[in-house]
Design a protein around this ligand. Sequence first.
Ligand SMILES: Nc1nc2c(ncn2[C@@H]2O[C@H](COP(=O)(O)OP(=O)(O)O)[C@@H](O)[C@H]2O)c(=O)[nH]1
Ligand SMILES: [Mg+2]
Ligand SMILES: [Zn+2]
Length: 333
Amino acid sequence: MTDKGQIYKIHSDFYYVNSNNDNFECKLREVLKKQKQKIVVGDYVEFENGAIEKVLPKENYIPRPNVANIDQIVVVSAVKEPELDFKQLNRYICFAKYYNIPTKLCFNKSDLSLDDTTIEKVFQIYEPLGYDIVFTSAKENDGIEEFKEILENKISVLCGNSGVGKSSLINAINPKFNLRTKSVSEKTERGTHTTRHCEIVKLTENTKIVDTPGFSNLRFDFLMPAEVGDLFDEIAKYKGCCKFADCLHNTEIGCAVLENMDEIDISRYESYLAFVEEAKEYKERVKYSGTKRERESNFKHTNDKISVKISSKKRESARNTTKQNIHKKFNEE
Ligand SMILES: Nc1nc2c(ncn2[C@@H]2O[C@H](COP(=O)(O)OP(=O)(O)O)[C@@H](O)[C@H]2O)c(=O)[nH]1
Ligand SMILES: [Mg+2]
Ligand SMILES: [Zn+2]
């Protein structure tokens, strides 16, 4: 009888499959090897007597780290040490958007934030965009329960720059993990051990995370400049509303985005422009080499929002509601 399970680790020719809480060491059937299909950590498979017979279709897939079927990406930032890097945060958010993976935001080292302007700014920018936000201090064990809750019953990929406290947060949830934590300065030195492979690990009884080598050098040099706007919800909602179809919302006349700049956070817009510049490199490359886009998968971001022209009156009221909500939030606290 065949069983169904999920690959949690791949090591040379061996595929480790979890099925009903049991782990199995498997190999691929010859037919699968011949098919040359991409089999990655996270894939659901059918197997029998230690042989994988079938790989089930992937729900989603990200190439680097190479993993499929994840439930969410949790972007971890530090509010200080290192200073909160909004552009990098937006980069992770857009990356997740591109691969259509739900995203949550964690802001760690809350013990270091002496004023709450950072907290205010975070809520002002990211709450209207619909992100779940959690503030934590791995050091003082603050917000860890909440952080644990957002990971529960899911397979999550934690991402964030080195030194923001990812390992510390994991240790705070489950001290048995005892991951090595390093100060920011130590991190810059070369030669530190880095995991090369992805592995799905059980953090608690009902929490799984992907242990990854991390996301390095994420640049938006694999899509066209005009596609970058799709990755920003507050820009994507004006899709089709600008005078020119190929509008990059930069200096063009009749640009609906520029006309509504008061609704868009400036740091988000700056990130947008920076990513457009990166995408221009791709455009140049395509132009001169004639290379076709290497479509990374069928899981390219699909913009499920229907773009409709909204009257400025309606936009006005939508904006007011958002502002009221933020206001309410702050007054409640
Ligand atoms: N003050 C403070 N320091 C923290 C916190 N979390 C982690 N750190 C420190 O930040 C440094 C980097 O942490 P680490 O977990 O290795 O970060 P990673 O690179 O994201 O895994 C270490 O020196 C930690 O002790 C926190 O909540 N508050
Ligand atoms: Mg770490
Ligand atoms: Zn425009």
